[in-house]
Unconditional design. Structure first.
Length: 257
């Protein structure tokens, strides 16, 4: 119950941030974000598990160096198709703080499936110090915090270009055609062939951006498929109930006419 409340509060904050971001984008005339096709689009869309697993690999090997996902636990990865053994191996590959021990000291141990995703920095100050003063946002509900959701994340990751003639990019910043203001502290995180996907998929910038955008959408809305399935069932139930009600009405009032 407490975790559900925390995530609900985070989602509410994300929506507020998203509205603010949308206002900023409109005011600054950001280039319209391209519409990208995802398997979960539309009322009957579902997550592609292979895509989610590749997206998690992109997060783990690229994004996790700077960005946390503190609302996710390693055991949640079973929902994208990882086996319990694979989840345990992923968790054990990182060291997480724990304690105090019998001597009253904190220590580190291999992660467990029940642990939250390990943060790359111990606190916000350390994160800013390691990133030239910029605070890498937590990615747990990032697709809710940005207008455009997965489309925006995909556009941001593929939107690094040379600045137009006459544009001055501040020191330590990078030009991105889809970022509000067009200047972003994050360097281009993706490069062609940067990863080796286990399923043999070519690791192009487009592919990696697409897959990690899908993974981050799942992270923000893991219940999407369940909610849609329930919606379809409710509509079917109400349709059948409506037909039965109409038939009963016709039967009862038939003799009146």
């Amino acid at each position: 119950m407490a975790l559900r409340f925390v995530k609900s509060a985070a989602l509410a904050a994300a929506v507020t941030l998203g509205l603010a971001a949308g206002a900023a984008q409109a005011a600054e005339g950001v280039v319209e974000v391209p519409d990208v096709k995802f398997s979960f689009d539309g009322p009957f869309g579902t997550y592609d598990r292979a895509e989610l697993q590749r997206g998690f690999q992109v997060y783990k090997e690229v994004c996790a160096a700077c960005h946390s996902m503190h609302l996710l636990s390693y055991r949640n990865l079973q929902d994208i198709g990882l086996s319990p053994e694979e989840v345990a191996a992923v968790a054990a590959s990182v060291q997480v703080p724990d304690g105090p021990n019998d001597d009253g000291e904190m220590f580190e141990r291999p992660g467990r499936a029940s642990d939250r995703f390990r943060s790359p920095f111990p606190n916000g100050a350390a994160a800013r110090a390691a990133n030239n003063g910029a605070m890498p946002p937590d990615l747990s509900v990032i697709t809710k915090a940005r207008v455009g959701g997965a489309d925006y994340i995909h556009a941001l990751l593929t939107g690094y270009t040379e600045p137009p003639a006459g544009t001055t990019v501040m020191e330590g910043m990078h030009y991105n055609q889809y970022f509000p203001g067009h200047q972003i502290a994050m360097a281009p995180p993706l490069n062609e062939g940067q990863l080796t996907f286990a399923d043999g998929t070519e690791a192009s910038v487009e592919r990696m951006a697409h897959d990690v955008s899908a993974f981050l959408t799942w992270a923000a809305e893991p219940e999407l498929e369940t909610r849609r399935t329930m919606g379809v069932r409710v509509i079917l139930f109400l349709t059948i109930l409506g037909c039965l009600t109409y038939a009963v009405k016709r039967k009862i009032w038939a003799d009146v006419h």
